[in-house]
Each structure stands twice: as C-alpha cells, then as structure tokens.
Design a protein around this ligand. Structure first.
Ligand SMILES: C[S@@+](CC[C@H](N)C(=O)[O-])C[C@H]1O[C@@H](n2cnc3c(N)ncnc32)[C@H](O)[C@@H]1O
Length: 266
C-alpha cells in the first residue's frame, strides 16, 4: 500500500471538541502523523482551528469546503443540468462507488442525486486525503451558513444531508473492486488525476501533493464493469485517448469545457 511522508498535526486551541477531532485523526488507518521538532518544519501540516481543519503545503492552504459542489448544485436547483449527473444517470435509492474521491465534489453531488435511500462509497488512495475529506464530511453541518439567497441556502442544506450518505474508505480502487460481488452497485465512477499533470490549475495544487497521478489500470475498468449493474463513468481531458484505450463512449456536450465524460453501459 502507498506510504505517504509524515504530516504534522497542529492543534491551535485546546478545546475539548478539537481534542476529540484530533483523537479521531490519530485513529485513521494509514496516516503518518509527524511529531513537531526542529529540523522537520518543512513538513506539510494539518492545522486544526476553531474555524475548521486545513491541509497546508508550503504557502498553499486547503480547507475542506464544498465550493464547486455548491455552485453545481445551485445550478441544478435552478433547472440547469450537470454533465457528471447526466453521464452517471443516478436515481433515488441507487448505490455509487466513487473510485477516486479527491476532494469529494462529485461524491457529494452523487450523494445528493441518490437521495436518502441511496449510498455512496468513496475510495481514496491517499490516507491523508481520505481522512481530511471524511472529517470535513463529518463536520459538514458546522460549515452551513445562513445565506440570504434561497437557492444557495437550499443547496447548502441539501449538501449537508448528502454528506451523511458518503462513506470514505482509504484504499486502492482495484483491490476494493476485486473484493466485492458482481452486479453489487449501480454505478462506478472514475475521475483520475492523470490529466492534471499536463495543466495544473491553482486550486488543484494542494491536491497534487497527496494524490496519486497514475493513469487508470485497464483491469480496474474490467472489474468496475463486473460489479456495476448499470454503468461505469469516466471523466477525462477533452478528446483524451484514455476513453478509447479503456473502452468508453464519449458523451456529447460541454462545448466550452476542458473535460469530457465517457460511459460504458453494462
Ligand atoms: C482528480 S481527483 C478526483 C476529484 C474528485 N472527483 C472530486 O470531485 O474532488 C483523483 C483522486 O483519485 C485518487 N486516486 C488515484 N488513483 C487511485 C486509486 N487507484 N485508488 C483510489 N484513489 C485513487 C487520487 O489520489 C486523487 O485524490
């Protein structure tokens, strides 16, 4: 299993709530928490404050915040479509495996789409990212502001409910997919890091430090097709040769977008 360099944990206040949160981080499997002492100050940090938890890597600080999920859900609530959800065709009560959790934007939108009776299992190779996002989801309701905009408030509330439907699991998706029965989930989704190695967007930089950048293994797609009842979905760079290599049909649309979604119907 992938072994990460240590991350320092810094607790900024001695509140009992933060201490409990710190203890939770210490229990998370695979995480390599460093001990603060001179000479190792250049290690990345997990900073725990009353305002939230941040992953800090050099000058970049990453809070858990559902910003893109919020904008996309506001668009959906205003009657616009979302290409990911069009590709995934999730229905109420469905089960989804998000095989590449990252910062959880699409896991949240998937969890919204499957509703109260649905479930989302999200896999993440990096133990630090898995713990950071699961903690953010566990404390989601603390982020919800009082918004004047009705659609924004509805989107926040809906995401807060959706956050409770996501189970994050640290692990490599191929071995997990191999371990579960055939036709046991409705949809499997992949959004690999691969394409970001070409063009680094600023908001993705903190994610780079922890994420796995390998291209997808063909075997993972075969396993996904075995375990899925409905479809397997892939997000990749526009016109990426990955779609053809892995056997996906590209969905039309997104004329001005830098990504495409591909689908394998099973
Ligand atoms: C582009 S990000 C996903 C972004 C995500 N869709 C979101 O909405 O935030 C890809 C993530 O998949 C993870 N990953 C890559 N290969 C993996 C694997 N084999 N198993 C599990 N996670 C993997 C990376 O570490 C990275 O965090």
């Amino acid at each position: 299993m992938y072994k990460e360099k240590p991350v320092l944990i810094k607790l900024m206040h001695a509140d009992p709530e933060l201490q409990k949160r710190l203890a939770w981080f210490h229990q998370q499997p695979g995480c390599n928490w460093g001990i603060a002492r001179s000479g190792v100050e250049d290690l990345p940090e997990l900073t725990m404050t009353r305002q939230g938890v941040f992953l800090t890597n050099g000058a970049k600080q990453l809070p858990f915040h559902p910003s893109m999920a919020l904008i996309r859900l506001m668009n959906l609530l205003s009657g616009r479509s979302d290409r990911y959800l069009e590709a995934a065709q999730l229905k109420a009560g469905d089960s989804l495996i998000d095989a590449t959790l990252g910062l959880g934007t699409e896991a949240l939108l998937g969890a919204w789409a499957v509703g109260d009776q649905g479930r989302v299992l999200a896999l993440e190779q990096s133990p630090i990212l898995a713990a950071f996002v699961q903690d953010g989801l566990n404390h989601f309701t603390e982020l919800v502001p009082k918004a004047k905009n009705i659609t924004k408030q509805a989107a926040w509330n809906a995401l807060a409910r959706a956050s409770g439907r996501i189970e994050v699991r640290w692990g490599e998706h191929l071995s997990y997919l191999k371990s579960i029965p055939s036709r046991s989930v409705d949809v499997v989704y992949f959004d690999p890091m691969f394409r970001y190695t070409c063009k680094q967007s600023d908001s993705m930089l903190p994610l780079h430090r922890w994420s796995d950048h390998k291209s997808l293994d063909h075997e993972a797609i075969l396993e996904a097709c075995r375990v899925a009842r409905n479809r397997v979905v892939l997000k990749e760079r526009k016109n990426s040769s990955e779609f053809r290599r892995l056997g996906f049909d590209i969905l039309r649309g997104g004329q001005y977008s830098s990504v495409d979604y591909g689908v394998i119907l099973v």
